[in-house]
Design a protein around this ligand. Structure first.
Ligand SMILES: [Zn+2]
Length: 371
């Protein structure tokens, strides 16, 4: 009898030990499948997920969220995802529909709607015309032609202009078609969408480290909801990231302080949040919106503005043709540099956001202060 009792005790202890060992050996509860749209956002999500897992990046390389299209492998990752972080349809219109048809279990988080963000209105007037001003662009072009005729400029230019006009017309048809699609879509989505897209606020919110702080908070909150087992890790990472962002902010303040007020031109109107935070003075953009290539008339107008304002620099972006910037700078004596709001050539991961912001500060300083 005593022998049986002992056997039972040994078996019980062995089973208990096994269970304990298995528990210890098991990795932190399996990381949720997470997708992040653009690299700066992916960087902050990677930081919060450190020690738990790696998010999947959608917009890679020199692709621009304004114009990128989803590949089958991306679509598969979205299908499997538990949490999807994107900025919103204002930045990546092509993502909107694929996200709408995802299985219900996927949590889709639009970071442009994060709590406590400091949002800036899209700029209007002067060289900051809104998205659908390329219509005016055409009129301006025609107006410019009259001038040129009046001034009796050379025939070549005339041909060039004819070509641009043909392009404009083609673009015009294309946009009409797009607009029709949008209207149809808005009807379906109950009408609020059009408003968003066509211009209430600037969507490039991540270019202010103080907004990136808010994003880190939203990311942590969403991941804790989806994966409470790793709550401690997420919270520890959040603290660490907030400290890194505060240090970055101090660094940028001192790097950019000497550049306050210096006039320059950017490629597209993406940097308002950084300008506002650090007192920088961008006075216009080469293109009205990344989706549409500026016509010859607009390039001439910008070049004139560069001269008139004695703008020191005209910046290009890796996502778009640098030759447009060359045309604008021609004969103005302005310098140039590269600003990249997305980190096209930076390795993805937690450090990407910090490197991206530092690189832009370096480019601004390099061109504006010639250092
Ligand atoms: Zn943009």
């Amino acid at each position: 009898m005593k022998r049986i009792g002992l056997m039972k005790y040994i078996l019980f202890t062995a089973a208990l030990t096994m269970a304990l060992l298995a528990r210890l050996a098991a990795p932190a509860s399996a990381a949720p499948k997470v997708v992040a749209s653009i690299k700066p956002l992916h960087s902050l999500v990677s930081g919060v997920m450190k020690g738990v897992g790696e998010p999947y990046l959608l917009v890679k390389g020199v692709a621009s969220p304004h114009t990128f299209s989803l590949r089958p492998s991306d679509a598969r990752e979205l299908e499997r995802a538990r949490v999807i972080f994107w900025v919103g349809e204002e930045l990546a219109p092509s993502l909107e529909r694929p996200l709408e048809v995802l299985p219900k279990r996927a949590e889709v988080v639009a970071m442009a709607e994060s709590k406590g963000l400091e949002l800036l209105k899209l700029r209007k007037g002067g060289l900051w015309e809104g998205h659908d001003d390329h219509h005016d662009e055409k009129e301006k072009g025609e107006h410019h032609d009259e001038d040129k005729h009046a001034k009796g400029k050379d025939a070549d230019h005339h041909d060039e202009h004819k070509e641009t006009k043909a392009k404009d017309d083609h673009r015009h048809d294309h946009d009409k078609h797009e607009k029709a699609k949008d209207d149809h879509h808005d009807e379906k989505a109950g009408g609020h969408h059009g408003e968003h897209r066509h211009g209430v606020f600037d969507v490039h919110v991540w270019l202010d480290p103080m907004n990136a702080r808010k994003w880190v908070h939203t990311i942590t909150h969403e991941l804790e909801e989806a994966d409470p087992a790793n709550r401690e890790k997420y919270e520890a990472n959040e603290k660490r990231l907030i400290a890194r962002l505060d240090a970055l902010h101090e660094e940028l303040k001192s790097t950019l302080a000497p550049l306050k007020g210096m006039p320059y031109i950017v490629f597209h109107d993406a940097y308002q949040y950084m300008e506002k935070r650090y007192g920088l003075n961008a006075i216009g953009s080469v293109t009205l919106s990344p989706e549409t290539k500026p016509g010859a008339a607009r390039l001439v107008e910008i070049r004139q503005k560069v001269r008139d304002t004695k703008s020191i620099c005209v910046f290009s972006e890796p996502q778009f043709q640098p030759k447009l910037v060359k045309v604008v700078m021609e004969g103005t004596g302005a310098g140039t540099g590269v600003l990249d709001p997305l980190g096209a050539n930076i390795p993805a991961g937690e450090d990407a956001y910090f490197t991206l912001m530092r690189n832009m500060a370096k480019s601004l300083k390099g061109c504006l202060a010639g250092k």
